[in-house]
Design a protein around this ligand. Sequence first.
Ligand code: HEM
Length: 459
Amino acid sequence: MTPPADLARPPQALFSPARSPGLTAPTSLMETARLMRRNPMAILPEALFETTRLTGPYLGRKVHEVSGPAEMKSILQDNFHAWRKSPLILRMLTPILGDSILTAHGESWRRQRRILQPAFLKRRIDRFVPIMAGAGSDAVETLLAADGPADVHAVMNDTTFSVIERALFSDVEGFDRFEVRAAIEVLLEEIGRMRYSDLAPSPEWAPRLMGPGARRARKVFRAAADGQIARRRALDDPGEDLLGLLLSARDEETGAALSDRDIRDTLMTFIAAGHETTAIALTWALYLISHDEACQDALRAEADAVFGAGEPDAEAVPQLVLARQVIEESMRLFPPAPILGRRAVTDTEICGHPVRKGDVALLAFYCLHRHKTLWEHPDHFDPDRWSPERRPRDRYQFLAFGGGPRACIGAQFALQEAAIVLSLIVSRTRITPAHGEVEPVMQVTLRPKGGMPLKIEAR
Ligand code: HEM
């Protein structure tokens, strides 16, 4: 196995990207609603980078904003049953994803998690390495073909879309790729667009009204997914892609299979949860290394040693050690899901502090990941902090993939994909910044405002 490149450097040699400024004074409800719609990052109090819990009033209840590992563990793991995903996010997701693993709770969620978990075993996701490597090589060509700076965010979106689409449906007979992709784009856009009406308190069961475009897109997607499910059910062998795995998956406790509707909602859920998040992780990683030549050189040396002029295979993936460190460090600085919301469904507590049923918790991963008491030089890009000697020992100090029973089911899939695509791009190109600061804005994920133009030249 190739030893990881040594990237230990003094702090003054490290790049320090912009940090989303936190609130330094209390704001009115109206102002909070305005900030939430523009960029929810702006409602995080600056104090959360130094303290680990703040409690304030919220529409007759309390909001508990937390940014410490113990508080995160208390909510995500120890008192898991006392909390549900926030009604706001459920109202945005449910019309499109249905009662899927991402949105369900209680027994429905537990059953789906049990059935779906085996699809993400290492030996299963190893099968997707060629798809990931092919998409990475296509991305290199697209980036190099750009006339002037390339919008890396747009290219990474295409890349991760093509990976998840091919991992879900290896064969797409009777399926109009372009029409389905366009429909999915409309649906993802619909999920990501927050409206003032979303911020008003309303019962959890109240459906969020969708516009005619989104309703049409949902119909197109559902018809395409239903068609693929029916076609595949008629074959003797369901196949080895994710759709095949979903069709043959059985509940180990009851032996039950997933219904067609469960499968359709799961397909859309994997696309919604796995495509933009991974694209964002790669986009920020490319931005950060565009400012760090030494890191690019070390990544290139690793890629040359591991797969040379070819493409990585399943055996090469565990050797892309530095690539993985760079991805982890990028997701520390720019977590694709920077804030999670939960609502208490019973009275409970956070590290000894009482919480009443109906209270809200905001889990500020962004502040946890840059917390002044947890990290050395928290705002610096330092992939070496993920080396075996330095990486954090507390599981709840880094929560890009969430934690507890509802942690991301696709984390290994995403890390493998991101390491492959990043290594391929760096091994064949040289990346430099196209302009100065970029502004991170939260639209479900933490995106760079206005895209991410970078200069990409052939190596
Ligand atoms: C870098 C990429 C990714 C990031 C940062 C990410 C992040 C997360 C986070 C933070 C959660 C927890 C949400 C919560 O507790 O409210 C989550 C859950 C989930 N993710 Fe990911 N994810 C990524 C990639 C993927 C991929 C590739 C897939 C599938 C192919 C996926 C599928 C899911 C699903 C199904 C859940 C819900 C799990 C449950 O509730 O049991 N994610 N993800």
